[in-house]
Ligand binder design. Structure first.
Ligand code: GLN
Length: 242
């Protein structure tokens, strides 16, 4: 982290920001500020160069065509790859998750190269679109409470040996490969199918990103009552009998 504070980069809000994903930026910003950190937030549109000196890069979901455009521009730009080489943290959602993998199927039905920052490959699922609430158990290595989120995707994602599932679903589809996995992570790079926005529903994940930035194991507690109320409501809604 630089002396100017925690540098938070919101990648391509003009192309990748569906289902409230912008809330993820607000949550990380707020929770870092509550810990007394100065936060410099940079929103980078797809016609601008991506700074390589960010601490945390957040990438949202998107429809199929904006997803193709975003992947093309990110590959051409190269900044995200350099940022990860510098130790930056990436937290990506849905289309963003597919883009940072090796490849995905684009809106033209073609295989499209991703950034290869996470060992996952996405295909187009042949079954029904995965839509709805999700509950899952997060990888015990991360020491986080139950995952709650909302998914809406046609793509399905397979995890390679250099990444681990972010969670195992109890409800919903997650990666959609039938193995119960949801999302993937490796080191400082995270991907998930969860919208919602996921960090408002799982503030402990936002705290994990801040802890990784500071290289600390714990942060001072903050008032989590609002988040807990939201979590309780969403978990109850997800598990209520139809
Ligand atoms: N277009 C991608 C899919 O359907 C991502 C969708 C999204 O980001 N919500 O799989």
């Amino acid at each position: 982290m630089s002396t100017s504070g925690l540098r938070l980069v919101w990648v391509y809000p003009d192309l990748l920001s569906t289902y409230g994903d912008q809330g993820n930026v607000l949550v990380v910003e707020r929770r870092a500020q509550q810990r007394g950190l100065r936060v410099e937030r940079v929103d980078v549109r797809s016609d601008q160069p991506l700074p390589t000196s960010g601490d945390i890069y957040l990438i949202g979901g998107g429809e199929d065509r904006p997803q193709r455009l975003a992947a093309e521009r990110l590959l051409r730009d190269g900044g995200l790859t350099r940022a990860v080489e510098n130790g930056a943290i990436i937290f990506s959602v849905c289309a963003g998750y597919q883009i940072i993998g090796h490849e995905f199927i684009n809106d033209l039905g073609e295989r499209q190269q991703g950034l290869g920052l996470l060992d996952v490959i996405s295909e187009r699922g042949t079954g029904a679109r995965c839509v709805g609430d999700v509950l899952g158990d997060i990888d015990p290595q991360l020491g986080l409470p139950q995952l709650t989120g909302f998914e809406n995707h046609q793509g399905i994602t397979r995890i390679g040996p250099a990444a681990r599932p972010l969670a195992q679903v109890r409800l919903g589809n997650g990666n959609g490969t039938g193995d119960g996995t949801e999302g993937a992570w490796n080191g400082t790079v995270f991907g998930t199918y969860m919208h919602g926005p996921v960090l408002a529903r799982n503030p402990q994940i936002a705290d994990l990103l801040v802890k990784l930035t500071l290289d600390v194991n714990a942060l001072p507690p903050v008032d989590d009552r609002w988040y807990e109320a939201l979590r309780t409501e969403r978990i109850a809604a997800a598990t209520a009998p139809a």
